[in-house]
Write a protein that binds this ligand. Structure first.
Ligand code: ATP
Length: 550
């Protein structure tokens, strides 16, 4: 069972704890049943002329024990489930943090996000149901032991009927599984269409032909989902009714047919009937929860599969034994570094390198090249996000490896072309307010936002303005190296000029090593050096070299 496997991760006593509390609850139920039957027998033997205080007292005592055992069991299960989910969530987060970045990108954000949010929620929201089911199974086992104690014939009869019921139930379940599979697929298609409608809402509004097509496709998908949903739920209801009917049939067999053929069982029929009636509640819970359980199992197995996949792509890094690298470095060197994207169709494969390169501390370095030439890929290698396929990268005499990769990344502040702007200045422990205000003024953004209590008052700004905040954040992080990927692409001509002619030289003056990917050929002369990429091959060119220019 995938759920149990998932919850037992990093807690090998969980199964034992559940078994003990389940056993106590089951025994309590069986004791209650036994007591009711003994009282009924007593009345039938001796009549109802006085109250049997011993039995009545025992009933009250066992009911109390049963009550507390049930409360303990259910709340224990809910706690175990929440703690188990917490553990797996933390485990997935840690695995994501430790995964090789390029392989993590291949897994895709959607799968990661869905597993950490939706899948955990499916299990968490149904914690109560899982508890009820577990309790029902325990109760059923205890009642069956009680039935066996009264009559082995009745026990095997019930097992036989349950067996036939399970076979029919599973056959129906197979059809149900197929319909649920189809339902999930249609649902995924529908969600994709909804996401398309929302993400492209501007484009949809702007052209009625596109909007008509998309809405028609969404309508068809939604109707199909309703149809399949109805079919699947219809099958669930039938399966449920079938499961319950089997027990009423069993009761009828025990009451009407068995006495005709077995005189030995006749005297025990009332006790066995009560036992069967006792089982109907738990069976009903189990039958009703089957479809939810298949969703829970699906979620658990998806999370386990993701965890396994993440374990396989774990980056070779040892942050615990990492040694900090000094902020005053001399140079970063690439020696015959190559890189290719994994799982890429070899016919369209892109190879970066081999690259030999040396970046000196305090330099202002521009990286130029056409679309798809490999600039962003080089930036990801330079920042240590991607690891070389061959060759080596080193900072001063330290080669980047298991112990140095995290400290190396800590030296580099970035604004990637697809950067994310955090409203909070995470990691900036002591913020110099004057300095923050200086940069807000310098970036001509102080009239629309401010920094208060370590966060931007607002980030709901234009894309060019958000980019400015991204760079201010990076500067305030006070790291010795700054890597920018097409930072000025969405700045207006006035600010673009200010960026290249004032801000970049100012950052250089402050001792920051700046590596900037750029297409702005008007300003190539502002760099100390220019590196040019063509189809993955890097060469150093003079600042006035015609390559990379119009
Ligand atoms: N995640 C990825 N998986 C596979 N191939 C990729 C991936 N990202 C980029 N590529 C490929 O690698 C090559 C270089 O891409 P890269 O993004 O480095 O180019 P670039 O020079 O930054 O281009 P642009 O100027 O358009 O931003 C391209 O052929 C691209 O298709």
């Amino acid at each position: 069972m995938k759920l149990l496997e998932l919850l037992s991760l990093e807690d090998n006593k969980l199964k034992l704890r559940l078994a003990v509390s389940g056993l106590l609850s089951g025994l309590g139920s069986a004791a209650l049943l036994g007591l009711v039957n003994t009282a009924a027998q007593e009345i039938s033997d001796n009549g109802l002329d006085r109250v049997n205080w011993v039995l009545a007292g025992s009933f009250v005592a066992i009911t109390l024990i049963y009550f507390f055992a049930e409360v303990f069991l259910l709340s224990n299960i809910a706690r175990q489930i929440e703690q188990g989910i917490d553990r797996i969530r933390q485990r997935l987060f840690t695995q994501i943090a430790m995964a090789d970045f390029v392989k993590l990108e291949a897994i895709g954000q959607e799968r990661l996000f869905k597993n950490i949010t939706q899948s955990t929620q499916v299990i968490s929201q149904n914690a109560h149901l899982i508890g009820m089911c577990f309790r029902s199974v325990m109760l059923l086992i205890a009642v069956m032991i009680y039935v066996f104690w009264i009559s082995s014939l009745a026990f095997f009869l019930i097992i036989g009927v349950i067996g036939i019921g399970i076979v029919i139930y599973l056959r129906m379940g197979r059809a149900l599984g197929e319909w649920f599979g189809k339902l999930l697929q249609v649902e995924a298609e529908m969600f994709e269409k909804i996401a398309d409608l929302f993400r492209g809402i501007k484009e949809v509004r702007m052209w009625s032909k596109r909007s008509d097509r998309l809405y028609a496709a969404f309508d068809a998908s939604s109707t199909k989902k309703a149809e399949y949903g109805h079919k699947a739920h219809d099958l669930i209801s039938r399966q449920m009714i079938m499961g319950m009917s089997a027990f009423y049939i069993l009761l009828a067999i025990v009451v009407f047919i068995v006495p005709v053929y077995s005189s030995s069982l006749t005297s025990d029929i009332p006790k066995i009937s009560v036992a069967i009636l006792f089982m109907i509640g738990p069976i009903s819970v189990m039958v009703q929860s089957m479809s939810v359980f298949s969703q829970i199992e699906g979620s658990a197995s998806r999370m386990l599969a993701l965890s396994d996949d993440l374990a396989e792509i774990r980056e070779e890094a040892d942050e615990e034994n990492a040694k900090e690298l000094p902020a005053e470095f001399g140079h970063i060197d690439f020696e015959a570094v190559t890189f290719t994207y994994p799982n890429r169709d070899p016919r369209h494969g892109f190879v970066l390198g081999p690259i030999d390169l040396s970046v000196k501390s305090g330099e202002l370095l521009f990286v130029t090249g056409g679309n798809g030439s490999g600039k962003s890929t080089l930036v990801k290698l330079l920042t240590g996000l991607y690891r070389p396929e061959s060759g080596k990268i080193s900072i001063d005499k330290t080669q980047l490896g298991v112990h140095s990769i995290a400290p190396y990344r800590n030296l580099i502040a970035t604004v990637f072309s697809d950067f994310h702007l955090f409203a909070e200045l995470h990691g900036v422990d002591t913020l110099d307010t004057d300095e923050a205000n200086f940069w807000l003024e310098r970036f001509e953004i102080s009239h629309v936002t401010a920094i208060r209590e370590g966060r931007f008052v607002t980030t709901a700004l234009s894309s060019g303005q958000r980019k400015r905040l991204g760079l201010i954040s990076a500067i305030l992080e006070k790291r010795p190296i700054l890597v920018l990927d097409e930072w000025a692409a969405d700045q207006d001509p006035y600010f673009r000029k200010k960026f290249y002619t004032e801000i970049l030289p100012d950052l250089k003056k402050r001792g920051i090593t700046v590596i900037a990917v750029t297409h702005d050929d008007h300003y190539f002369e502002m760099a100390d050096r220019r590196l040019h990429l063509e189809n993955g091959k890097l060469s150093e060119v003079t600042l006035d070299d015609p390559r990379g220019r119009i």
